[in-house]
Design a protein around this ligand. Structure first.
Ligand code: ADP
Ligand code: MG
Length: 630
């Protein structure tokens, strides 16, 4: 009998796969089991329309047999089976199943071989572990069974044979062990069990295997027990995935256990979000918001992504495309029949479907968090502690592309409420005529609270948001406005509360201090941009405000992350002209200019200290203080 040749492309693909340095050889079992499951599905479906079949879901099963001495692994099913034409067209040509085309798109580079593991290559993946494969199969309704045999790239044969009933056996002769790879591990019960649990746990037909166990011999005494081994056929998979069940029918404990087992967290999840979507793409998802921040969350080691299943078959362990960056703390699974292993090979379509799912999940998570914020503010505060920073980064990244979606999830510490509040709450409390959302950035809430620059606003009862994280000001800058209210730094000179009466602009009342300001500017030179009369100080003599653009907190941030850039905020020295210190300065300017220069330096250094900025010359400053003491 003549050997039939695989199509040329198939040969190349086989070589590539078998010889690639690809390490996930284990996925072959997933592929063979999926095929068996598909075959059962097909016959099951046929039974729905054809009374004569007389089979129901529960009649189907998949069996795994390991023959250690013969080094043979067999996967059998009682599904639809194949006739001669099916064998030719299904197992003779890889190119037709789209695999090859897919390979061409990603390139022949073996470094890309990981893609194989992610998307599945079907039947041929078995050649990664087997050097000879036989398929014994009989199609439902046919009298003849066939034996398909191949040792890889050089071709295959098809002959008639015997098989009692319909269904298929895939018989894999495992490759000899090498120093690098022990193929015989795929004959070990524990290993097969592990692989079924990992990849095929939610296949909806029982996957059965004879497993060996030990038990106490019945007649052995309790104090000297003797043991014996015996074998028992067991179902290895749990079959019904939690996400396929209606949320109202699943107990909280079941979700908790599932989450803990699957994602190795010892704490229960804070939120469980179950999604069932039909439409452009049909899928189910089960998402979890962890109740604790993973210890490596903000490090490079943290790998984000959701588990992607197709009809209960794991395709990808961490599919990061399914989650937007700002929700990368979410864990969970997505299962879509639309991403069948077939379709998933066609990269473009696959991509489009993933995008649709990702966009939907983004919305669902957002809605759920919004709900938690509204209904369970205390829970939300906990969530915020864990992952709020991530959401603020989300506002900042991509030039604020996501800011509209995320702005209502943000919280900032409020000076009047003494706790984190939402922007909507802040705006709802704004006084008549208040045009801006005031914020002040600093190291800690306590440190900000002490800043003299905030005195006037605080006295006027104005609510100020305290920004204690370096990302906060960047987030405010990205947002620019919230409900048309501008963000304004309370530490900037513009942030003075409005005068009580509009008719009395202060400028006219204020005596002209220009000579003093000019003198101080001259004395301090390039260290400052401007000297002016402060509208924000009340009991303190002096402070620094930043010009438009960079703030002092941003300057500190950049000094830490890119010191070589030497980015500096403009320093504007604000003097409280109604303070006795100013009167002393004014007097010195006319009476004793040398002394006045020292006063100017002193005040500037004090302003730097209050702003938390480093002094250029700390010992010079202390000398000055001492000089003025004696
Ligand atoms: P895919 O499953 O993506 O179609 P495979 O390479 O895994 O690609 O399988 C090729 C084809 O071989 C399947 O589509 C199916 O028609 C046929 N096939 C493989 N295994 C079986 C089986 N156990 N029973 C029936 N048909 C099978
Ligand atoms: Mg397949």
């Amino acid at each position: 009998m003549a050997k039939r040749q695989f199509k040329a492309e198939s040969k190349r693909l086989l070589d590539l796969m078998v010889n690639s340095i690809y390490t996930h050889h284990e996925i072959f079992l997933r592929e063979i089991i999926s095929n068996a499951s598909d075959a059962c599905d097909k016959l099951c479906y046929r039974a729905l329309t054809d009374q004569d079949v007389g089979l129901g879901r529960k009649d189907f099963k998949i069996e795994i047999k390991a023959d250690k001495t013969g080094r043979i692994l067999t996967v059998s099913d009682n599904g639809i089976g194949m006739d001669k034409e099916d064998l030719e067209s299904n197992l003779g040509v890889i190119a037709s199943s789209g695999t090859f085309q897919f390979r061409q798109e990603v390139g022949d580079d073996t470094k890309n071989a990981d893609v194989i593991g992610q998307f599945g290559v079907g039947f041929y993946s078995a050649f990664m572990v087997a050097d000879h494969i036989s398929v014994v199969t009989k199609k439902y309704g046919s009298d003849t069974a066939y034996l398909w045999q191949s040792s890889g790239a050089d071709g295959y044969t098809v002959t008639e044979c015997e098989r009692e009933s319909f269904g298929t056996d895939v018989i894999m002769h495992l490759r000899p062990d090498t120093d690098d790879e022990k193929f015989s591990e795929f004959l070990e019960g524990w290993r097969l069990q592990e692989l079924v649990r990992k990849y095929s746990d939610y296949i909806r037909f029982p996957i059965r295997m004879e497993v060996s166990k030990t038990r106490k011999k019945e007649d052995s005494p309790e104090d000297h027990p003797e043991y014996e081994t015996y074998t028992e056929v067991e179902t290895l998979n749990s079959m019904v995935p939690l996400w396929q069940r209606q949320k109202s029918k699943v107990k909280k404990e079941e979700y908790d256990k599932f989450y803990r087992d699957k994602f190795n967290d010892y704490a229960e999840p804070q939120r469980v979000i179950a999604v069932s979507a039909e439409g452009a793409v049909t899928y189910r998802a089960l998402l979890f918001v962890p109740s604790q921040q993973p210890f490596n969350y903000y490090s490079k080691d943290f790998e984000a992504g959701l588990q992607l299943y197709s009809n209960g078959v794991l395709i990808m362990e961490k599919c990061s495309d399914l989650l937007p960056e700002h929700f990368r703390f979410v864990r969970g699974v997505v299962d879509s029949a639309d991403l069948s292993l077939n379709i998933s090979r066609e990269l473009l379509q696959h991509d489009r479907q993933l995008k649709v799912i990702a966009a939907n999940l983004d919305k669902k998570i957002r809605a759920d968090l919004q709900k938690m914020m509204k209904d369970e503010p205390e829970e939300y505060a906990k969530f915020w502690k864990n992952f709020g920073r991530q959401l603020k980064f989300g506002v900042v990244s991509d030039y604020g592309a996501k800011k509209d979606e995320l702005q209502d999830l943000l919280l900032f510490y409020s000076s009047t409420e003494k706790k984190p509040v939402s922007l909507a709450d802040y705006v709802s409390r704004m006084a008549e005529g208040q045009e801006s959302i005031y914020y002040a950035a600093g190291e800690t809430v306590e440190a900000i609270d002490r800043l003299p620059q905030l005195e006037a606003l605080k006295d006027a009862g104005t609510e100020i948001l305290f920004f204690t994280e370096d990302v906060d000001e960047f987030a405010a800058q990205a947002l620019m406005t919230y409900q048309e209210k501008k963000f304004l730094s309370a530490l900037s000179g513009e942030a003075a509360p409005k005068p009580e009466s509009e008719e009395a602009p202060e400028e006219t009342e204020e005596p002209d201090h220009k000579a003093v300001f000019d003198f101080v500017k001259e004395a301090l030179g390039e260290q400052i941009k401007e000297v002016k009369s402060s509208k924000i100080l009340k009991s303190h003599p002096v402070c620094l405000t930043a010009g438009p653009g960079l703030s002092f907190e941003m300057e500190k941030y950049f000094a830490a992350v890119q010191p070589e850039q030497k980015l500096k905020a403009d320093r504007i020295l604000e003097l409280n002209t109604s303070h006795p210190v100013f009167a002393a300065l004014e007097k010195a300017v006319t009476d004793d200019p040398e002394k006045a220069k020292k006063y100017a330096a002193l005040l500037f250094n004090q302003a730097l200290l209050i702003a938390g900025l480093p002094l250029e010359d700390p010992s010079g400053y202390t000398d000055l203080v001492c000089e003025l003491l004696v």
